[in-house]
Design a protein around this ligand. Structure first.
Ligand code: SAM
Length: 214
């Protein structure tokens, strides 16, 4: 987190009380250091699904399905659907169990595998795509999901500010140099891409929100 922890805590307090299933997933992720979106980001994703009335959604990076639940729950009301991908089979199977407990088996299709291999076999058009997987692969995901996106579809990408380290002049462990450089390149490419209208929000670890131009 690159902004004060107190601010993140305050934003979390403003999020309406989560149900026991989401709270259990938050606790498991914390205990096992599985990185998941913050509750404030989840609340924002659910809001985005509601205002866009997204029907067909795609997520890259399921982990145990926490963000998937935030996407799928509001869309269940109008028969929306989320396809979610993770290459970690253990996490993917745990996510499937959570989707079943949430009563979302028919709303979510969970795929195990490398998104870079699976994406070319998917049929669009997706109204909303959420990318939250390997930061070093974001440029590859972008190229692969762009043709799958509906006109006016929304693209949300997590962790784009990477603890604020993408900001020039930041100090961080040199082992992250390559990843920071990749994220800077990704943000530059996305913001300059004429196919997308993009804003970057400093929520959570940084979210890029783009609309695919028609
Ligand atoms: C940050 S976690 C996802 C967290 C989840 N979106 C949430 O907030 O609840 C990133 C996930 O991406 C997965 N991942 C990494 N590279 C991937 C790839 N090439 N294809 C599919 N999944 C990948 C990892 O296995 C990991 O579970």
């Amino acid at each position: 987190m690159f902004y004060p922890f107190a601010l993140e805590q305050y934003l979390e307090e403003l999020v309406p009380q989560r149900d026991p299933l989401l709270l259990e997933m938050e606790a498991r992720s914390l205990a096992e250091t599985i990185p998941i979106i913050t509750p404030a980001v989840g609340n924002f994703l659910a809001w985005l699904v509601q205002v866009s009335s997204a029907h067909n959604m795609l997520e890259i990076g399921t982990a145990i399905g926490y963000s998937t639940l935030w996407l799928a729950r509001p869309a269940q009301a109008w028969g929306g659907h989320v396809t979610t991908i993770d290459l970690n089979v253990d996490r993917q199977q745990r996510a499937v169990a959570y989707f079943s407990r949430a009563g979302l088996t028919n709303t979510i299709t969970s795929l195990a595998g490398d998104a870079r291999k699976l994406l070319p076999s998917l049929d669009g058009a997706y109204d909303l795509v959420f990318i939250d997987a390997a930061k070093g692969e974001y440029l590859e995901y972008l190229d692969l999901v762009t043709p799958l996106m509906a006109s006016n579809g929304i693209l949300v990408v997590d962790n784009v500010l990477f603890r604020g380290w993408v900001v020039p002049g930041s100090t961080f462990d040199p082992k992250y140099e390559r990843m920071v450089a990749k994220l800077r390149e990704f943000l530059a490419r996305l913001n300059q891409n004429p196919d997308f209208a993009t804003s970057v929000l400093p929520l959570g670890d940084g979210l890029a929100i783009s609309r695919r131009r028609s």
